[in-house]
Write a protein that binds this ligand. Structure first.
Ligand code: HEC
Length: 143
């Protein structure tokens, strides 16, 4: 193949795999709901890991919860503004889930199923506690 043809093919390949700008921007949008859907997927993976005694899966999924993406800055700004003084309580609920995910990672590394199942309860109760206090309020702010 001549160098020219090679370059041409490479350029074509790059064009083919580069999404249009609009699509790329859309893919970067992180909504509050998309973060939550990610948390649900991760929690489901932890459940699967517990049932199958797959410690690597539990660790991996709990790490994802620890490092879950933040909603876009605009979303967070809107939330902070509308929540006002309730933001502290909201953050505290988030911290419960975060800390329990950190402990789940440790328990999975230690292959300690008893600690895992205990912490799993804390995690899921943490999801429910925030939902019962804030889900409706925040959904109304962000809709
Ligand atoms: C700090 C508060 C908070 C915590 C902790 C929290 N959530 Fe949520 N969650 C919310 C709020 C608020 C909504 C509603 C968002 C909206 O409607 O825009 C929500 C909505 C959801 C939804 C519905 C998303 C949709 O598409 O409508 C799922 C699923 C969900 N959460 C899963 C979880 C799981 C799983 C956990 C625990 C691992 C969790 N959440 C922990 C606040 C929280």
């Amino acid at each position: 193949m001549t160098p020219f043809k090679k370059t041409l093919l490479t350029s074509l390949a790059i064009v083919a795999i580069t999404p249009p700008l609009a699509l790329a921007e859309e893919a970067q949008q992180v909504t509050f709901k998309s973060v939550m859907q990610g948390l649900l997927t991760d929690t489901q993976q932890i459940t699967k890991g517990i049932v199958l005694e797959d410690f690597a899966l539990i660790q991996q999924a709990a790490e994802k919860i620890v490092d879950h993406p933040k909603p876009d800055l605009a979303v967070r700004m809107k939330l902070v503004k509308a929540m006002g003084s309730a933001m502290g309580k909201f953050k505290a609920k988030d911290t419960v889930v975060h800390n329990s995910a950190v402990k789940l990672v440790e328990a999975a590394k230690a292959k300690d199923m008893l600690a895992i199942s205990k912490e799993y309860q804390v995690l899921v109760n943490g999801c429910l506690a925030c939902h019962s206090s804030f889900k409706e309020k925040v959904a109304n702010i962000l809709k």
